[in-house]
Write a protein that binds this ligand. Structure first.
Ligand SMILES: Nc1ncnc2c1ncn2[C@@H]1O[C@H](COP(=O)(O)OP(=O)(O)O)[C@@H](O)[C@H]1O
Ligand SMILES: [Mg+2]
Length: 652
């Protein structure tokens, strides 16, 4: 069966509305999507679903986008059309994968995760999983759900269920075993028994993503996020337990925009290249599979191994999985090129043929097979070792590499084996113990706190810091005392800033001489050495990119009035204003010094002139009385005239 493809077009955003954008997308039916170029030429594409979410809705008091005419596809509609089928397939025992593809800001996260009342496919599915499980009344049937969350950033795999400050450097390794298939070594698999639990875990994942992005001063749109749900149905038949296993992969891909348009340089460019590497390889895999589907490129192997993303998701494309791709489209004409390229991508993806099978196995048998695989590996390792020690043939560099790789693989498999032998109950207990060790991030919203804003709306307002216990420090990792908020990037000092208490007020102060240049409150540079008293909803910027919202108290909802964009605009505006002010000041100073010079010149010349006249008058004093008066009058006039001329010259 082929990969299912859906496209979805979002409403105009505020900026597009302000610019009176026109839409380039038309959806004449449930399957057809047309894109129109500037000359009015149309291209038509056909997909499994075309979701019109551009207009025809009203916003309820809860914030939910509800259809006003039947053309509009709301979140529930999209879930019913694609999400539900994913769950049905999981229940049958198929592996499933749902991708969201599209440029940054086109609506990938909106469809996958959603915002506020507009819950996306992931949370609705999680809710559904447990309501279906709770309906089960067969005593010989049991369900086990475990969740993992990972991010691929710069080709490195990171565990999102672990605090970025505690993750191993360099990311997690991808392993491949005959019995287990491709897996990520050491990735947290967290057992959950209710919607609330899985939801809480995912919130934790998004918070960790925010910490990571803030810490590294990184752009989250460059990361791929994968939520993995390991869903098992255990059936007791006599003494044997058979297990149906379904791995559900929910993938929010990095923005597909090409680099040229973003003007990226340095690290950002490197990020972009690596992201593009994963996306590029994904594209190559899709192209190769699409060719194969129509009988071309018969002997070619899709380049799965060339990127972390395609390695992990190998099954989803052309393999054992039921796969759906949602391609998010921006309607605005300025995004025409990107939108067209997304449609082309979607058009190729729909050709891919997968071979999904029901995954049923006996747990004990799996363990036995993995043991066998491992003893095979062990034998190979021992053989290579003796070769490396100079026994039985000459060892080369390749052997050394193979030896290390096999050893690592063996160790990873052993860990996986130990893990497999734990019962679900044991896992739950371990998870509980682990959670108790984590300091609760629940904070009292009635107390003063900080809310982290992020460029990516999905990460904005997810992370909060309590300001209950002051002083509270901000700085680099090496800062002393250890900062509660650790930052990096341009302008951040080791000991950057501190929040202190003074009476009923909270004051933000620079904690290093140079830091003042890189602390801004409501867009304005912090000028005062003693710091500034903070007011409710003040926007604070550290460095150039980290934006925090100060809340004296909050019900948790009012913070949404201030987003990253507003705060960044105000900062930019003030920056421009300061630049303008400075250049005005400089200009004024130049004029002043010029004026002063001219004035000096004027006085000098005037004095000189007066001296001369005085001399002349004295000379004339000796002349006859009559002609003397006339001469004096003439001189007076000349003097007036000259003085006027001098004045005019200077003024000019
Ligand atoms: N179908 C939709 N209906 C309403 N708003 C949407 C829709 N799709 C996206 N948006 C809004 O557009 C913005 C960008 O969407 P997002 O899903 O974060 O983009 P992406 O994840 O592709 O970068 C968000 O503010 C989101 O709320
Ligand atoms: Mg997103």
């Amino acid at each position: 069966m082929s990969v299912k493809v859906a496209v979805r077009v979002r409403p105009f955003n505020t900026r597009e509305k302000e610019r009176d954008s026109t839409s380039v997308i038309i959806m004449p039916g449930n399957n057809q999507t047309k894109i129109i170029d500037e000359n009015g030429k149309e291209k038509t594409y056909t997909f499994d679903h075309s979701f019109w979410s551009h207009d025809g809705y009203k916003v309820l008091e809860s914030g939910y986008f509800e259809p006003e005419d039947e053309k509009y596809a709301d979140q529930k509609f999209v879930y019913n059309a694609v999400g539900k089928e994913v769950l049905d397939n999981a229940w049958e025992g198929y592996h499933c994968c749902l991708f969201a593809y599209g440029q940054t800001g086109s609506g990938k996260s909106y469809s996958m995760v959603g915002y506020g009342a507009n819950k996306g496919i992931v949370p609705i599915s999680c809710d559904e999983i447990f309501s279906r499980i709770n309906q089960n009344d067969q005593p010989d049937k049991k369900y086990e759900v475990q969740v993992s969350m990972l991010e691929i950033y710069n080709e490195k795999v990171q565990d999102l269920l672990i605090d970025p400050n505690k993750r191993p450097q360099g990311g997690l390794k991808i392993r491949q075993s005959t019995v287990l298939g491709v897996y990520v070594e050491g990735l947290t698999k967290y057992p959950v028994t209710s919607y609330e639990e899985i939801n809480r875990k995912m919130e934790e994942g998004y918070r960790n993503r925010t910490i990571g992005a803030t810490l590294m001063n990184a752009t989250s749109s460059r990361a791929h996020t994968i939520v993995m749900i390991d869903f098992r149905q255990l059936t007791q038949v006599g003494k044997k337990t058979t297990t149906k296993i379904s791995m559900i992969n929910l993938v929010d891909l990095a923005g597909s925009e090409r680099l040229g348009s973003t003007g990226a340089t340095g690290d950002r460019l490197k990020e972009g290249c690596n992201i593009n590497k994963s996306l590029l390889i994904l594209g190559n895999v899709i192209n190769c599979l699409a060719d194969k589907a129509i009988g071309k490129a018969k002997n070619m192997l899709p380049p799965y191994r060339d990127s972390a993303l395609t390695r992990i998701l190998q099954n989803a494309l052309g393999g054992n999985s039921k796969t759906v791709m949602i391609c998010a489209l921006s309607p605005a004409s300025i995004n025409y090129e990107e939108t067209l390229s997304t449609l082309r991508y979607a058009d190729r993806a729909k050709k891919i043929q997968n071979k999904a099978v029901i995954n049923e196995s006996e747990h004990d048998k799996m363990i036995r097979l993995l043991r066998e695989e491992n003893s095979g590996l062990k034998k190979m390792i021992e053989d290579l070792q003796s070769k490396l020690l100079g026994q039985g043939g000459v060892a080369g560099e390749d052997d050394k590499e193979a030896f290390l790789e096999l050893k690592e693989q063996y160790e990873a498999n052993q860990l996986a084996l130990t893990d497999m032998q734990k019962s679900f109950q044991e896992r739950l207990e371990e998870a509980k113990k682990h959670d108790a060790e984590i300091i609760g991030d629940e904070i009292d919203l009635n107390e003063p706190h900080l809310v982290v804003l992020n460029e990516d709306p999905q990460l904005s307002h997810k992370l909060r810091y309590s300001l209950k216990n002051l002083p509270f420090y901000v700085g680099r990792k090496q800062g002393n005392p250890k900062p509660q908020i650790i930052l990096s990037g341009i302008g951040i000092r080791q000991n950057h800033a501190v929040f202190i208490k003074k009476g009923d007020n909270i004051i933000l102060k620079a904690n290093d001489n140079g830091a003042k240049e890189y602390i801004f409150i409501n867009g304005k540079k912090l000028d005062n050495d003693d710091g500034e008293i903070l007011n409710n909803k003040d926007r604070i910027i550290f460095g150039t990119n980290t934006i925090l919202l100060f809340m004296k108290e909050s019900d948790g909802k009012d913070i949404y009035e201030v987003d990253w964009e507003t705060a960044q605009t105000e900062f930019q505006d003030d920056y421009k204003r300061r630049q303008l002010e400075e250049s005005e000041k400089k200009k004024q100073a130049e004029i002043n010094s010029m004026k002063k010079g001219l004035e000096e010149e004027y006085t000098k010349e005037k004095n000189k002139m007066e001296e001369e006249f005085k001399k002349k008058i004295e000379e004339l004093q000796t002349l006859k009385e009559k002609s003397k008066n006339e001469e004096i009058k003439k001189l007076e006039e000349e003097r007036k005239y000259k003085e006027q001329a001098l004045k005019e010259k200077i003024e000019k």
